[in-house]
Design a binder for this molecule. Sequence first.
Ligand SMILES: O=P(O)(O)OC[C@H]1O[C@H](OP(=O)(O)OP(=O)(O)O)[C@H](O)[C@@H]1O
Ligand code: HPA
Ligand SMILES: [Mg+2]
Length: 182
Amino acid sequence: MWQEIDRVLISREEIAARLEDLAGTIASELAGGELLVIGVLKGAVIFLADLVRKLPFPVEIDFLAVSSYGKSSVSSGVVRITKDLDYDITGRRVLLVEDIVDTGLTLNYLLGHLKSRQPQLLKVCVLLDKPERRKVPVQVDYVGFTIPDEFVVGYGLDYAGRYRNLPDICVLKREVYQAPRA
Ligand SMILES: O=P(O)(O)OC[C@H]1O[C@H](OP(=O)(O)OP(=O)(O)O)[C@H](O)[C@@H]1O
Ligand code: HPA
Ligand SMILES: [Mg+2]
């Protein structure tokens, strides 16, 4: 069924348990004012959907879309906004939700883009942090899990558009995304 998967890295049960803690921390630190939660399409959709339902106060939700990986397992280095926000975030309290910070190029670009609109508060929550691959330092306020340098799929994360619906976070077999040596 999931033939290209090597192994489960983080199970659905571990994700659910960590989300309880993460939501508790976010709720205690960001309560007391209106909050706009911004998800980065498409990878963050499943994480955001689970996270916001654990917050004990009403939030608004918006999305923006970027693409840098396309059909590859390596960042193109060029971040492109393919869908911008619907809301004006000037003066607002914002929580940006991402599935993964890897090289940091996407988040770095997005933070510049969002800060230029002068929100009152801008916090960043990522489900996965892969620090070994970082090319630029980035602000991350809340992290679900720190993971090793392996390409992961599932729980929103894709390889060439596939596997987002896998309920666990899994490591893809290396031969799937690494071209055989000549
Ligand atoms: O830290 P980086 O190296 O920039 O990588 C992280 C970004 O790459 C992925 O996006 P992708 O371009 O694959 O879009 P997607 O969310 O639609 O899959 C992921 O969802 C992050 O947005
Ligand atoms: O490990 C990853 N998996 C899926 N998408 C990604 N985008 C950056 N790193 C990854
Ligand atoms: Mg992707």
